[in-house]
Design a protein around this ligand. Sequence first.
Ligand code: HEM
Length: 736
Amino acid sequence: MNLKIRAFLTNLLDKKSSKLESKFNSQKNNLLYVCHGSNTKWNGIGQELYRESEVFNNTIQKYHKISKEKFNFNLLEIYTNKDYKILQKSSSTRVMALASLQMGMIDLWKSKGVYPDAVLGVSLGEVAACYGAGGISFQDAVSVGYYISKTYSYMKEPGVLIYLDITKTQRKNLLNKLKGIIYVTSELSLTRFFIFLRNENLEKVSLFLSNEKLKHRVIEYNSSMHTSIIENSPKKEEVQKFFQTIVHKPLEVDLYSSVYGKVVFAGTTLKPDYWYEAMTKTCLSGQSISNAIQDNYNVLLNIVGNSVLKNTINTSAKMHRKKVVFIPTISLKESEIKTLNTTYNSLVNLNLIDPTKSYSVKHNVDSFSKNSTDLMQLEIIKNPYPFLKETRNYNPVQYFEKHEFWQVLNYDDVDFALKNPEIFSSLPAKGMDSVLLGAEPIDHYRSRKVLAPYFSPNAIKKFSQVIREEAEKILNNISIKELDIVKDYAIPLSEKVIANFIGLKQKEVAEIQSHLGENRYELTYFSELEGCFSKYLDTIHSLDKNTFCTKILQSEGFNKSELTSILKLLWIAGTTTTSMLISSSVLILLENPELVNELKDDFSKMKPFIEEVLRYESPEKTSWRTTIKDVELSGVFIPKNSQVHLCLASANRDPKYFDNPDDFNFNRTGKKKHLAFAAGPHYCIGAELARLEVRIALEVLIEKFPAMKLARPKENISYFKSTHFRALESLPVNLE
Ligand code: HEM
C-alpha cells in the first residue's frame, strides 16, 4: 500500500489500527527489532563489542563526540572503564549507556544487511527504535536520550514501584479510586503493570491492594519515569520546549509505539510532543507487543537483551496462537562476539541475511538532516544570526534542500574543513580563479609562495600613507551633507587601494570601473575584468619596472594568463569584503556613539574593535567547498561531490569559543581566533592589508566627522541578498 495512504489511515483510525490489515503473509519471516527500556542488569555490556567491532565502535565514538560537545557527557567512560559501578552512579548514566548501546547494535545489524520490517520501542527503547525506523536523525536521537536522562533527575523523588497482576478493568478501577496517589507507569503485558507512588503513600496503597486482594510485589525504586509527576514540576516547560525542537522525518518502516500502544505506519512523521508523551504517559508496551505479534511479526530481534520482555512476548504469542522466535543480540552470560555470531547464523537460517552480500552502514549512521529554509528570505538576509543560532544548536551540519548545498555551522567543523583541502576542495572557486583560490594543494602552495612576500606585514606597511591620502581626498571632496558610506566612501576607497597595489593608472582604473555596473557585489563582471587585466598586461613593456606585475612576470612566478587570473582575484577579493567591513564598522559606530568617543580618544583600541567587527559581522559569511571524499562531520555523513558552505559567520558566534557571542564586545578574550579570514592554506592573503585599510578608513572618518548620524531609520537599511556576503547595500549618514 502506498506509504501516504497508510499514514493517512493511521491518523484517521485511532483505534486498533494494527488490525487494519494483516500486513504480512504468515509464510514469510517478518523481522521486528525490539528495543527495550531501562534495565539495571546489563552493566558492562557493550565493552567487548566496542573493542572488537569497527561499526559498533564508530557509532559509540560518534555518540560520544556529540554528547561530549553538546552536553559535556563522557560516554566513552562507560565503554572503557572496567569498573562497571559507574553505571550505578545515576539513572542518567544508565539511560545514555543503554540508548547508545541500542543505537550501536542497530548500526551493527544494519551493517550486516539486517533490515527490519518494523521496529518496536519500549520506554527508553523508543529512541533507538525511532532512529532504527529512520524517523529521527542520529544527533537528535542522542539529544532525546540526553534529555530523557535529564528529565529522570527532575522527576526523581524517593518513590516505590509496585508490580501488579491485574486485568485492564481492575486497573481502571484502581486508578479511579487512587487518583493522584498512584501513577501507572508501564505495562509489562496486557495484565501486568508497574505502578509508582510516593514513599509516604506506601502504607495506604498496600492496605488498599491487600483489601482488594490484588496480587502485587513491591520494588524499591528511585525514579518515576512515565508519570505525570513532571506535569507539576517547575521544569515541565523546559522539558516540553526541548522535546519540541526535535525534528522528525517520515518513518521508513512501521513503528510499534509504546506511547500509543499500536503501530505508527511508515510514511508518518511523529508529532512534536511525541517525546514528552513518552516521558509522561503510561508505557503501553503490552499492547504494542501484542499488536505486532498479531500482525504476523514472527522473528523478534532483541536489540540488546531483556528477559522480562521474553515473558510478555510468549504470553502474547500464546494468546494470538502465533509462533514467534525471540533472538537476543547480546547477553550477560557469554562473550558478546559469540552471541553475535550465533544470532547471525540464526538470521542466515531464517533467510533474513544474505551472507554473500556486503553492506554499508553509512546511510543509516548518517543523520541526513534536511532543512527546507530559503536562506535568501529577507528576514534571514537582514539578520541571519537568530536563524544561524537556532540551526547550529539543533544540528550544526545540515543539507539545505532548496539551495542543494550543505551548511556547516559550528566552529570546530568549519575549522576542520578549511584545514583539510584533500577532503574539502576549493573547486567552487575555480571559475573565479584557478591559480590560487581555486587551486588544489600542490599548485596552490606554489602560487602562494610567489605571492606571499607582497602581502607580508612589512610589505603592507608602505600602503599606510596612500590609504590615508585617498581616504582624506574622498572625504575632502564631499560637498553634500549626506554621504552613502558604502557607495561614496568604502567602495571607492578599497578600489583606489587595490589599484595602487597592482600599479594601475587612473586611465586603467576608469576603464575597469566602466565595466563593473551599479552593484559591485553582484560579481557579474569576471570576464570583463579578465579582459581589462589581460589588455593591461600587454602593455607590460612600457610599465614601471617596479610594479607588482612587472616584478612577478620578471621573476617568472606566473605567466601572463596566470597573472591575469590573480589580478582579477585581487580586485574582487580586495574590494568587496574590505568595503563591506568598513560599512559594517561604521554602522556599529553609528549605533553606539559612545564607541566613537572611546576610539577617538585612543586609536590603539581600533585594532581590537576591527577584530570584533570581523567576528560579529563577518563579510564573507560562507566559504564554499566541494567534498572530494565521503566525510563525516558531527556525526553527519556528507557524500563525495557535495557542495558545502562553511559558515564563517556562524562559526564566529559559536558559544563554545566565544562567550555571549551575540554581544559586541571588543574587550573579549576569545578562546580561539575568529575565522573571518578563514583558516588553513587559503587563509586570506590580504588580511593585513584589509586590517590596515579599514583602520585608517575609520580613523580618517572619525577625525573628520565625529558627530555623523544615521540618515535613515535602521529598519530601512538593506543588505545585499546573498548567502555568501554580509554586505550593506547603502548606509546614508548625515555628516553634521
Ligand atoms: C575584510 C576584508 C577581507 C575579508 C573578510 C577576506 C576574507 C577572505 C576569506 C574568508 C578568504 C578565504 C576564502 C576561502 O578559503 O574560500 C580569503 C581569501 C583570499 N583573500 Fe581575502 N578577505 C579580505 C580582504 C582581502 C584583501 C584586501 C585582499 C587582497 C588585496 C584579499 C585577497 C585574498 C586572496 C588572494 C585570497 C585567496 C587566498 C588563497 O586562496 O590562498 N582579501 N579572504
